[in-house]
Design a protein around this ligand. Structure first.
Ligand code: EPZ
Length: 430
C-alpha cells in the first residue's frame, strides 16, 4: 500500500486548482440510469470512488466511456459519457457496494426505470453505523415493496412509482438524492420536506432539470417534483469540490501561508469561511476562486459544531481539529452528524496534539509544536487531517493506508508539493 511522507514546516504559497466534486459526481452519474440517451458529464474528478461508481453502473448496463478532458481555467477535469440504452441487470452486488456507501444511490433510479432492484446493504463504516432507513421508507411511500433478506434490499414496484408527500424525520443527503432520482419519473407529484439542501443536491437537480425533469424548490428544504414520462440525455459540468477547497484553505491556514484556490466557490463553504475568518484567517474572493491568507496573523482557537448545510460541514471537521491543534487557546469541536467521526484524534495525539474526547465533542488545546510520526489513515477526511498536521509537524510524518485519501482527493501530494510542501508518495514496493 502506498504511503505519504511529509517533512513539515514550509508555509504554502501559490495556486491550487480545485477539481470537480466527488459527492456531486456520484449521484449525478446515477442519473444516467434514468434515460436511454447519453449523459455527458464534464469536470469529473479522477478518483477511486468515481471508478467504483463507473464499474457499478457498467454492470447494470450503462456504457461508460472517457470522452476526453475539459480545460477549466487550466484545470484538467475528465469528460465522461454514460449511456444506459438498456438496463440488463438490476442487482448491485455486495463486492461493489461494500467499497462505497454511495452505491445505494442506484436503488431509486433502478426502481424508476426498471421497476425492480436488488441492492446489497452497505453496512456501517469507520465514521458511524449509517443506516439507510430513510431511503427505504421514502421509496415505500412512492409505492415500492421493499424487504431485506440475506444482507440485500429487494425492491419492486410492478405498476411503477407514484408521487407522494415525504417528510424526512432527519436530514439526509443520500436519502434526499435517492428520492429525487426515484421520483422524477414517478406518476404525479412528489413533495419532499425537510430535504437536505447541500450544494451537491442543487447540482443533481440542475442536471436532472436539464434532462427534462420538473423539480422546483432548489436550495430549499421543500422540493416539488412533477413526474415526467421520459428523460433525455444532456451535458452537465460537475460543480467544484467544496470539501477539497475547504481542505486546502485549512492547509494555507495551518502553515501560515497564502493560497489561491482556483475554481472554488466561496458561497458553497460560507459557514467554514466564517469560522476560518474568526480563527484569524483572511479569506476573500479572488478573480478565479478564493484567496486564503494567514501569512501575517495569529491562529486563534474557536468553537465549531457540525451541522447539515448551510452549517459547518462534517466533512471538514477532522481537518479543522488539526488546525485547532496548532491554534492559540482551547477549542471545542462538536460533531453532530456522525457518532464515531473522531478516528483521527488518536493519530493526531501521536503527533503531540492535545485533544480530549468527551462524547460527541473534541476539546482541542492548541500546542506550540506538533511532531512528525508514523500515522494511519482510517477514512477519507481523517486522512486529510493527518496530512494537514504533517505539514506543520517537526520532522517526518508518514501517513499509511492512503487508499482512503485516493477515494476523494485527486493528486493531493502533487497539489501540495506545487505550493511548496515537502511531500511525496512512496509507492508500495511489494
Ligand atoms: C453524504 O453522506 C456524503 N457522502 C458524506 O461525505 C457526508 O459526510 C454526509 O453526506 C453528510 O454531509 C456523499 O455525498 C457520497 P447522510 P450520506 O445520509 O448521504 C443518518 C465524505 O467524506 N441517516 O446525510 O451517507 C446518518 O447515519 C463523505 O465525502 C439515517 O439515520 O450522509 C447520519 O447520521 C463521508 N438514516 C445522518 O443521517 C438514513 O437512511 C446524515 O447522513 C440515512 C442517513
Amino acid at each position: 500500500m502506498d504511503k505519504i511522507q511529509i517533512y513539515g514546516g514550509n508555509p504554502l504559497s501559490g495556486t491550487i486548482m480545485i477539481g470537480g466534486s466527488k459527492n456531486a459526481s456520484l449521484p449525478v452519474m446515477c442519473a444516467s440510469l434514468l434515460t436511454d440517451e447519453p449523459l455527458i458529464l464534464g469536470n469529473v474528478p479522477h478518483l477511486a470512488d468515481i471508478t467504483t461508481m463507473a464499474n457499478l453502473l457498467s454492470q447494470h448496463g450503462v456504457e461508460v466511456s472517457l470522452e476526453g478532458h475539459d480545460d477549466n481555467e487550466g484545470h484538467i477535469g475528465r469528460v465522461l459519457s454514460l449511456k444506459a440504452k438498456d438496463i440488463n441487470n438490476t442487482t448491485a452486488p455486495y463486492d461493489l457496494v461494500r467499497k462505497m456507501r454511495a452505491s445505494i444511490l442506484v436503488l431509486g433510479p433502478l426502481l424508476a426505470r426498471a421497476g425492480k432492484a436488488v441492492v446489497s446493504l452497505p453496512g456501517g463504516c469507520a465514521i458511524g453505523t449509517r443506516p439507510v432507513d430513510l431511503h427505504l421508507n421514502g421509496l415505500r411511500k412512492l409505492g415500492a415493496n421493499i424487504s431485506v433478506e440475506n444482507g440485500y434490499i429487494h425492491a419492486s414496484v410492478p405498476k411503477g412509482l407514484s408521487g407522494a408527500r415525504i417528510i424526512f424525520p432527519k436530514i439526509s443527503v443520500g436519502a434526499t438524492e435517492n428520492l429525487i432520482l426515484a421520483s422524477v419519473l414517478a406518476k404525479g407529484t412528489t413533495i419532499l420536506q425537510n430535504a437536505a439542501k447541500e450544494p451537491e443536491i442543487n447540482d443533481l437537480v440542475n442536471c436532472l432539470n436539464s434532462m427534462g425533469a420538473k423539480i422546483e424548490g432548489i436550495g430549499t428544504p421543500n422540493l416539488t417534483i412533477n413526474g415526467v414520462p421520459k428523460l433525455n440525455g444532456t451535458r452537465h459540468a460537475i460543480m467544484p469540490d467544496r470539501i477539497e477547497a475547504g481542505t486546502y484553505a485549512i492547509a494555507a491556514a495551518i502553515t501560515g501561508g497564502k493560497i489561491n484556490l482556483s475554481g472554488a466557490r466561496l458561497n458553497d463553504i460560507s459557514s467554514a469561511v466564517d469560522s476560518l475568518r474568526l480563527a484569524g484567517i483572511n479569506i476573500q474572493k479572488s478573480a478565479n476562486g478564493i484567496l486564503v491568507d494567514r501569512s501575517n496573523s495569529e491562529l486563534k482557537s474557536i468553537n465549531i459544531e457540525t451541522e447539515p448545510y448551510p452549517g459547518f460541514p462534517t466533512d471538514l471537521q477532522a481537518q479543522f481539529i488539526s488546525l485547532m491543534s496548532a491554534a492559540n487557546g482551547t477549542s471545542i469541536v462538536k460533531e453532530t452528524i456522525f457518532e464515531n467521526r473522531f478516528m483521527h484524534v488518536p493519530e493526531l495525539q501521536r503527533m503531540g496534539a492535545d485533544i480530549t474526547l468527551d462524547g460527541g465533542s473534541a476539546i482541542v488545546r492548541g500546542t506550540k509544536k506538533l511532531t512528525g510520526a508514523p500515522v494511519m489513515a482510517s477514512d477519507l477526511r481523517a486522512s486529510a487531517s493527518l496530512v494537514l498536521a504533517g505539514l506543520i509537524a517537526e520532522g517526518k510524518t508518514t501517513v499509511r493506508r492512503i487508499y482512503h485519501l485516493d477515494r476523494g482527493y485527486e493528486r493531493l501530494e502533487e497539489k501540495l508539493a506545487s505550493v511548496g510542501a515537502e511531500i511525496i508518495r512512496l509507492k508500495d514496493e511489494m
